[in-house]
Design a protein around this ligand. Structure first.
Ligand SMILES: NC(=O)c1ccc[n+]([C@@H]2O[C@H](COP(=O)([O-])OP(=O)(O)OC[C@H]3O[C@@H](n4cnc5c(N)ncnc54)[C@H](O)[C@@H]3O)[C@@H](O)[C@H]2O)c1
Length: 285
């Protein structure tokens, strides 16, 4: 079944829509591109793709990829799910709305969620294209995470085939539950990893703008040490020096709140998702 699928990309002119469409276009699958904003429509047609009305695309598709903003997922799923073919897969690219119970459901429609891992900081890169592809989906290898609300192996194989195409080149697809995917994204990677990235940038600005350290010097030592910090902690490359361990302890005491791991608790995840999805609170269906 995965050989020749009919796939609809809704929101095809957005950031993810353009990325997944560019990869789908290279396959033998039949792909329909739907987009409702004039700017997005222009991006789709400028890329040489033909627009199809959402209703027409959705009715005939084995997989409907919702590449619309998370805040629109509830309304768009309400509109498309009733039109979908029995047994088709509704695929979202972020777990927030699915975990919060905001997606329209139908007994004979399978819900799937996926998210690209992005190429690892440790991935082997050879070509300039691989070095330039920090997001993934162009040249650098990455893994992807997927969740599916079905026991059907055919549906799982279909979803995996689509995930491997839209985020290509993909090495592994890791299967988790929708809740686990929400614990990874946002909690592990946005709330923690991206926040730490933003903190590094703020620290760089502080060293340069407040302390007056020359920017090239501060940037060079920060970026090199960021690689060492990640390689030593996450890859086990080298031990930190005794002095560095003392400085790290001081940083933890001065910067990190003792109860920071609460961000993984269910009630905190719900708070985080409610903020992200502009809801008063998350109430699962
Ligand atoms: N941007 C990222 O880096 C990224 C990474 C991974 C996953 N995601 C997920 O991908 C999804 C899309 O995010 P994005 O950043 O690409 O959003 P975006 O705002 O860049 O694009 C969304 C597109 O959907 C279109 N759209 C909105 N409503 C529509 C409708 N009813 N019919 C047709 N088109 C419609 C918009 O005009 C826009 O072109 C979200 O679920 C997001 O969480 C985004």
């Amino acid at each position: 079944m995965s050989d020749n699928l009919t796939i609809a990309v809704i929101g095809a002119g957005g950031k993810m829509g353009m990325r997944v469409s560019a990869n789908l276009m290279k396959t033998d699958h039949t792909v329909f591109y739907s987009e409702n904003s004039p700017a997005g429509q222009e991006r789709v047609t400028d890329a040489g793709r033909t627009l199809t009305a959402t209703d027409d695309a959705v009715k005939v598709s084995d997989v409907v990829v919702l590449a619309v903003p998370d805040l629109a997922l509830s309304a768009v799923s309400d509109a498309v799910v009733p039109l979908m073919k029995s047994g088709a897969i509704l695929l979202t690219l972020d777990p927030a709305a699915a975990y919060a119970g905001l997606l329209a459901t139908r007994d004979d429609i399978i819900q799937g969620v996926t998210h690209p891992c992005h190429p690892s900081v440790f991935v082997e890169r050879h070509t300039p294209e691989e070095y330039a592809d920090t997001f993934g989906g162009i040249a650098a290898k990455q893994d992807a995470i997927a969740a599916i609300e079905s026991d059907s192996t055919v549906a799982r194989d279909t979803l995996e085939a689509v995930v491997r195409v839209i985020f290509a080149p993909v090495v592994d697809v890791h299967w988790v539950t929708v809740k686990q995917l929400a614990q990874l994204e946002p909690t592990l990677v946005e709330t923690i990893a991206c926040m730490v990235g933003a903190l590094l940038k703020e620290a760089l600005d502080e060293a340069v703008n407040t302390m007056g350290v020359p920017e090239p010097a501060a940037r060079a030592i920060l970026l090199g040490h960021t690689q060492v910090a990640l390689a030593n902690t996450l890859k086990g490359d080298n031990p930190f020096s005794e002095a560095c361990l003392i400085a790290m302890d001081y940083g933890r005491e001065a910067i990190i709140k003792e109860d920071w791991k609460k961000v993984f608790r269910d009630d905190e995840l719900d708070k985080n998702l409610a903020r992200m999805l502009h809801l008063d609170h998350v109430s699962r269906k």
